[in-house]
Ligand binder design. Structure first.
Ligand SMILES: Cc1ncc(C[n+]2csc(CCOP(=O)(O)OP(=O)(O)O)c2C)c(N)n1
Length: 547
């Protein structure tokens, strides 16, 4: 049956199981938006394309089905870039759609035309201009297949206006979501078994990849069966329950973290789903003397500090289960983590800290106390993120979100909206600095309109805290980092949502618990005191991470 290309395009999205498209339409996407209006796909208007792309990013991260975002040509497309880049470095499946002028005006100076395919190239796994309506089924299938394949990431399709308005008779290609992973060869598996078996002090470093593919249960069983302790990266938080004796802590803030978590004595490091983008192996293998067994979905990155003995590439769940079976008979003795002793000790004692403005440990203690095991905490980027990474104890994977690839400020609010759409039954809390929160605060309107009851906590200090921290350390003073804030309570009120400012220590827990009972989004302003950070740095050594 002959129909408009944009209708076929949207049928292809339906076949891929797309539920939402987050974005802002433009004059060059009129046909596409009209076709979306007639489809089963929900088009969610946002207030900045970056917000829409972050929503698609989190949707993809939580479902492993590519989230979809839309911007028009020129400025609409460039506004998407930061969040698409986040999906690239944080490895979320995402398909970005952008409008474009007619094919016939692309060779010359032309209103709002820039070469977006080239602009998107460095932040996508694959991208293409739809230069003929006949390739729609292939292009859409490829965009989703590439985005969702390990390691996942963003793809981009540019949609020229005249191509989308053409008439044609074609059908979507069937979507195949099941991607078969390769299996490591028997000799490689046995080699890994022999290295681990003869190790004196082996340790696991687990990252985002394990959470991404849903292999935490296999990792937990591997730790139980072998006795080997597991340290996790920021993005791997919750892979082991923090109450599990095999949990060695969250590493990556400071060089001494690795020492205290057991890396100094380790002769063998088993990396599982570890993305080097999070933290360089130089920090845990400075002498290049560790034997490394790399378990991942794709072959290991090249880095002089990451020269692996053996790469086990394939399905993480399967590989971990096979290794656990082989190694079960001779378990290693469970090690202590000095890192956890220090950090959890500080965290636990914080519940009695009545100082106000509040210090981060007490603020985190209140949040943990108000959350259930499966509830979600989403961090923005700044000093608060480092505190969350360092100290917030997680029970389950994919419950504490810390952007540690691109690490762009302003990620928390839009991603929380998408998280709530995916998990309406779970509470979703964001923690933000007062700098990052204003970067995407326009999406409060989207949250109110969608009635996604997320609770946004702003740690207010009227400074770009993490930069102050770094400048003070490096130069003994800070500069260009102070600002004033709007009245956040009034700001929230203007968006039609409840908000509270904490005036004393007890207010925070009370407001938080109340906010979690509401069926609409809310905001809590918590004056924060970052001064104790220096002390914990002294105890734990020099930091090696950027916020
Ligand atoms: C979009 C973006 N711009 C700049 C940075 C660099 N940066 C990292 S943290 C930070 C300051 C964050 O300040 P705030 O949001 O107030 O949080 P705090 O550090 O005070 O907790 C800056 C400027 C970044 N990561 N992302």
């Amino acid at each position: 049956m002959e129909r408009k290309a944009s209708d076929l395009f949207v049928e292809c999205l339906e076949v891929e199981g797309v539920k939402y498209v987050f974005g802002i339409p433009g004059e060059e996407t009129l046909d596409l938006n009209e076709s979306l209006a007639n489809s089963s796909v929900d088009f969610i208007p946002v207030r900045h394309e970056q917000g829409g792309a972050y929503m698609a990013d989190m949707y993809g991260r939580l479902t492993q089905r590519a989230g979809v975002c839309l911007g028009t040509l020129g400025p609409g497309a460039t506004n998407l870039i930061t969040a698409v880049a986040d999906a690239f470095l944080d490895r979320s499946p995402l398909v970005a759609l952008t409008g474009q002028g007619d094919l016939e005006r692309m060779h010359k100076e032309s209103h709002q035309y820039i070469d977006i395919v080239s602009v998107m190239k460095p932040v996508t796994k694959w991208n293409a201009r739809l230069n003929s309506s006949h390739i729609i089924p292939e292009v859409v299938r490829k965009a989703f297949k590439v985005a969702q394949a390990q390691k996942p990431g963003p793809t981009h399709i540019e949609l020229p206006e005249d191509v989308m308005a053409a008439q044609l008779d074609a059908v979507p290609l069937p979507a195949r979501t099941q991607i078969r992973s390769p299996e490591p060869s028997a000799p490689d598996l046995l080699k890994a078994v022999s290295i681990i078996r003869s190790a004196i002090n082996p340790i696991v470093l687990a990252g985002n990849g394990v959470a991404r593919v849903g292999a935490a249960a296999a990792l937990r069983e591997f730790a139980r069966a072998t006795g080997i302790g597991v340290a996790e990266t920021f993005m791997g938080k919750g892979l082991l329950d923090y109450e599990d004796t095999h949990w060695m802590g969250t590493v990556g803030l400071q060089s001494r973290d690795y020492t205290l978590a057991g890396f100094e004595e380790a002769d063998v490091v088993i990396t599982v789903g570890y993305d080097l983008v999070e933290h360089s192996p130089e920090h845990w293998n400075p002498k290049k003397n560790k034997k490394i067994v790399c378990i991942d979905t794709t072959s290991a990155e090249v880095d002089e500090y990451f020269q692996t003995e053996v790469d086990l590439v394939g399905d993480l769940y399967h590989i971990l289960t096979r290794l656990a079976e082989e190694l079960r008979d001779a378990p290693h003795a469970v090690q202590d983590s000095r890192l956890n002793d220090i950090i959890l000790g500080r965290f636990m004692s914080a519940k009695d800290d009545d100082s106000f403005p509040m210090q981060p440990p007490r603020a985190l203690w209140e949040i943990r106390d108000a959350m259930r095991r499966e509830d979600l905490l989403i961090s923005d980027v700044g000093l608060h993120k480092l505190w969350i990474a360092r100290m917030f104890p997680a029970h389950e994977p994919n419950t504490v979100f810390i952007a540690n690839g691109l690490a762009g400020m302003g990620i928390a609010l839009p991603t929380a909206i998408a998280a709530k759409l995916v998990h309406p039954e779970r509470n979703v809390i964001t923690v933000n600095g007062d700098g990052g929160f204003l970067m995407n605060c326009q999406e409060l309107e989207t949250a109110v309109r969608l009635r996604t009851p997320i609770v946004n906590v702003i740690w207010e200090n009227s400074q770009y805290g993490s930069i102050v921290w770094k400048q003070d350390k490096k130069f003994g003073r800070h500069f260009g980092v102070d600002f004033t804030n709007p009245d956040f309570v009034k700001l929230a009120d203007a968006f039609g949502m409840p908000a509270w400012r904490c005036e004393k220590t007890e207010d925070f827990g009370r407001h938080l618990r109340h906010a979690l009972t509401l069926d609409l989004p809310s905001l809590i302003v918590l004056p924060i005191d970052y001064s104790i950070d220096v002390a914990i740095s002294e105890e734990l050594g020099t930091e090696t991470v950027a916020a």
